[in-house]
Structures are given as C-alpha cells and as structure tokens.
Design a protein around this ligand. Structure first.
Ligand SMILES: Nc1ncnc2c1ncn2[C@@H]1O[C@H](COP(=O)(O)OP(=O)(O)OP(=O)(O)O)[C@@H](O)[C@H]1O
Length: 259
C-alpha cells in the first residue's frame, strides 16, 4: 500500500453548546499536514467534543473547521477515529472487523491484511476478538482505522485502559506508523507524559478554551528520562494543575517516589 498524506486543519472561533452548557468557546487552532497534536485537559473540559466536531460527528454551534480549506459540514471522509474501547464486533473475525468499513471495495481483504501487518497481528486474522488480550484488541482497532488509509487519525484516549507496559508499546507503534504514513494525528489524552512522548505540540484546554499551545521540539523517539523532556512535562503539569496546593501535592508525591 502507498503511504498516505495528511490534511491541514484550520479551526476558527469554534463554539459548541449543548443547551445551556457552553462546552467549547472561541477555539482557534491551526494544524499542519502531517503534524501530531496532543490535546490535554481536565475531565469534562471538551476534548472529546472537539474531536467529534472534527470527525463531523457533531455540528458546531458557531465558528468553523476547515480541512484543506473546505468547511467540514458532515461526516469527515478523511478521518478515522480510535476510542478507549476497541468496539469490535464479537461475531466477526479479526480480519472482518478490520475490513468492516471497506466491505464494498473489491480489495477489502488485501487492505485489511495490510493493516493487520502494520500492527503486527496478521497471524491472528482468523481469530475471534474474544480470544485477544486488551492490548491486541486495541491493535485491531488501530488496524481498522488504518485500513481506510485515513489522512487524519483521531485518537480519543485510545490507550487509557491498557497496562503501563502495553501502553508504552502501543505509543511506540503509533509513532512508527504515523512516521511511515504521514497522516495528521490528533490525540486526546489525560496522560501528559504520553502527550510529550508523541506530539509535536501539546494543546491544553481549560473550561472550553485553549489555555496553552506548547511546541515539543525534542528529537524522536523521545527519551522520557532526558532533562528537557522532564522540564516540559513539569511545565504542562503545572498548567493542568493550576492550583498551587495541587502543584505542591505533586512535588511531595515526587519526592516520596524518589526517596
Ligand atoms: N451529546 C451531549 N449532550 C450533552 N452534553 C454533552 C454531550 N457530549 C458532551 N457533553 C458534555 O460536554 C462536556 C464536555 O464533554 P467531553 O466529553 O468533550 O469532555 P472531555 O474533556 O473529553 O472529558 P473526559 O476527559 O472525561 O473524557 C461535559 O460536561 C459533557 O457532559
């Protein structure tokens, strides 16, 4: 399969309300083709809503999202989304799950096998999802997204339910595939360390607005014990945890951990 290219996104004064609840306010964000952007922020700040708007699963209350210059009005055909749960169909094989969105295309099997190879699971093509581990299910979910060769990959806390080791393996896999395929990637995560490991930029949303947009100018693959990495991590955490008492709590926790 040929490598994919990315899309450019331009978000202008985007607002989203659900009734009286103003979830996103005056969001302005530019994302270049092939860029990897992480969106962090406290629970309920509007991260998933932003992703759903970009996917075309929700309609904006006002403002606009342009993709390669064109306003996104309905389901975004260039985007694929990966969630925290794999959402596999239990009555379909791994291969059929990966090809589920491509069944009208003659070469769906070939594409699905290609995608399974990308995630290292081609040998499990004929298994049922029920016999896979949590990490393998998420690999299948990633393969299903990749099979369509999306120009935009939307990752909605996809590694949130995995154990620490599997999570790190998946982070490395996502980075490797993104570097090969060159699609644009948007990752919603609670994990600041994960955001700095993967992203070119970390965007912090607070109460529906962008509070910080921080470039991560570190070489890849990133070294989590590098002092520049730790400095950036502390900077983002300090903004996420705004309150001094919480910051102190983190410092205390760190000093206890280092003892
Ligand atoms: N379809 C909906 N109808 C009504 N309210 C909604 C809807 N979708 C989201 N909300 C509300 O919008 C707010 C933001 O939700 P969203 O899921 O975007 O937050 P989040 O930052 O992704 O949170 P989390 O990190 O906990 O997943 C929440 O208060 C949520 O209850």
């Amino acid at each position: 399969m040929p490598e994919t290219s990315g899309v450019e996104l331009s978000i202008h004064q985007l607002e989203k309300s659900f009734g009286h609840l103003h979830v996103l306010r005056k969001i302005d964000l530019q994302i270049a083709s092939g860029e990897f952007v992480a969106i962090v922020g406290k629970s309920g700040c509007g991260k998933s809503t932003l992703l759903r708007l970009i996917a075309g699963l929700e309609k904006a209350t006002s403002g606009e999202i342009r993709q390669n210059g064109k306003i996104i009005k309905e389901l975004n055909p260039q985007a694929r989304i990966m969630f925290q749960e794999a959402r596999l169909l239990p009555w379909r094989s791994v291969l059929e799950n990966v090809g589920v969105g491509l069944r009208l295309q003659k070469d769906w099997k070939q594409r699905a096998i290609w995608a399974l190879k990308q995630v290292g699971l081609e040998e499990r093509a004929h298994d049922w999802p029920s016999v896979l581990s949590g990490g393998q299910k998420q690999r299948v979910s990633l393969a299903r997204a990749l099979a369509a060769q999306p120009q935009l990959l939307l990752l909605d806390e996809p590694l949130g339910a995995l154990d620490a080791l599997t999570r790190m393996e998946m982070q490395a896999l996502i980075e490797e595939i993104w570097q090969q395929q060159k699609f644009t990637a948007l990752l919603v995560t609670h994990d600041v360390n994960e955001a700095i490991t993967l992203a070119d930029r970390v965007v912090l949303i607070e109460k529906g607005t962008i509070k910080m947009d921080l470039p991560i100018p570190l070489p890849r693959p990133r070294n989590r014990s590098d002092s520049a990495f730790i400095e950036l991590e502390e900077k983002v955490l300090a903004h996420v945890l705004e309150k001094t008492s919480l910051k102190k709590e983190t410092e205390n926790l760190k000093s206890v951990a280092n003892e």
